[in-house]
Design a protein around this ligand. Sequence first.
Ligand code: GUN
Length: 282
Amino acid sequence: MYAEIISGKDLAQKLRTNMKLEVSELAKKGLTPHLTVVLVGEDPASKSYVKGKKKASAEVGISSEVIELPKETTEDELVQVVNTLNEDQKVHGILVQLPLPDHIDEQVIIETINPRKDVDGFHPVNIGRMMIGEDTFLPCTPYGIITMLKSTNIELEGKHAVIIGRSNIVGKPVGQLLLNEHVTVTHCHSRTVNLKSYTKMADILIVAVGKPHVIHADAVKEDAIVIDVGVNRLEDGSLTGDVDFEDVGKKAAYITPVPKGVGPMTITMLLKNTIKAAKGLE
Ligand code: GUN
């Protein structure tokens, strides 16, 4: 291994320690941040993510509650639940776990959440605010990635980032956040012709494909910073990333592991957004 490992786990721990202090200060003033998570249906991966969010909230002193609804819940019923939470003064952050069952339009639900309680940063108002560089709730995974990059103290300005993946949750917003940091950004995706010709030019390579080990050392520039957003469960139950960690680690300057990389940072940024929601946007 040549690359330095950027440990999301260690950075997350450090940030959470600071948040715990901040939350205890807020509590002294009578303000305890409260997050409500809505889970529709029985998807095991979603259940496990929600459990992780609840546990992490408790660790820093954020109060949280999970509303579990049956998979038959209608779109109208879910809109009603979100509207009730929008009006509840005690609820600072609302997170509706995705994916939702097929008969519910996710975008309708996302747009029902009060943007000031949208700790996922998925509401079009918050995406727009992010685009123009205003203070807002940033989507948690991209926010976590930027925080990890900044933790290396490497100058980002003028670097070339190549992002593989163009989802609304990761690929598109992480490109925008890098652009806000004066990085030159190239977006690649499933229809990109000759992907390797782009990835080999990347000072910063962000891989959010969702398939195990699609990136090997031959696709990476010497001394690149490689961020692996993939969370793939193998047949033996273990987790692995989109990047061949052993191989790429011999060539890159920095690399994030899976697990203990981007994952713990995503939840940490959700906690940060929840504290921000409790304090109120500027
Ligand atoms: N499902 C997978 N990731 C996420 C996330 O960041 N937020 C929500 N709401 N659902 C998800």
